[in-house]
Design a protein around this ligand. Structure first.
Ligand code: CU
Length: 131
C-alpha cells in the first residue's frame, strides 16, 4: 500500500516536472481516491474575490456527498497564501461551492484542494495566472 502511494507521489512529481518543462502556464494534478473537478465561476481568474465550484466523484463516477474540503490558494513564487479563508458549502450531491477565493495580486497562483470522506482522501492541485 505505501509502495503504491510513493509510486503515485513519484508519478505526480514527474507529471508536474514534465508540465513545467513544456512551458505551459496551466497545470492540473489529480491524485487519491476521488475524481475532483474544479472550475472558477468566472474565468480567467481576476484579482479580488473569486468563486470555485468543485465536483467530487468516486472511482465509479458517483457523486461524493458530505466530504470535507480544504481549499488553499498559494502564490508559490512569493511564498504567501490568500488574505481570506475559503469557506466551502455543499450545494447539491457532490457539488461544493468554495468562496471567497481571494487573489490579492496578479501572477501565478496554485490552488490545492484536499478532500476527505471517512478513510478516503484525494487531492487536486492546479495553477493558473491571475490577471
Ligand atoms: Cu504574491
Amino acid at each position: 500500500m505505501s509502495n503504491r502511494i510513493s509510486m503515485i507521489a513519484l508519478l505526480t512529481l514527474i507529471a508536474a516536472l514534465a508540465c513545467t518543462a513544456c512551458g505551459s502556464d496551466e497545470s492540473e494534478i489529480n491524485s487519491g481516491a476521488f475524481e475532483i473537478t474544479a472550475a472558477l465561476e468566472s474565468s480567467p481568474a481576476a484579482v479580488g474575490r473569486n468563486t470555485l465550484m468543485v465536483t467530487l466523484k468516486d472511482s465509479a463516477g458517483a457523486p461524493v456527498e458530505g466530504a470535507t474540503l480544504v481549499v488553499d490558494p498559494q502564490m508559490l513564487m512569493h511564498g504567501h497564501g490568500s488574505t481570506e479563508q475559503v469557506v466551502v458549502s455543499e450545494m447539491s450531491a457532490g457539488v461544493y461551492k468554495c468562496t471567497p477565493l481571494t487573489f490579492q495580486m496578479p501572477g501565478m497562483w496554485q490552488v490545492t484542494i484536499d478532500a476527505k470522506k471517512g478513510e478516503l482522501t484525494g487531492r487536486k492541485v492546479f495553477s493558473f495566472e491571475v490577471k
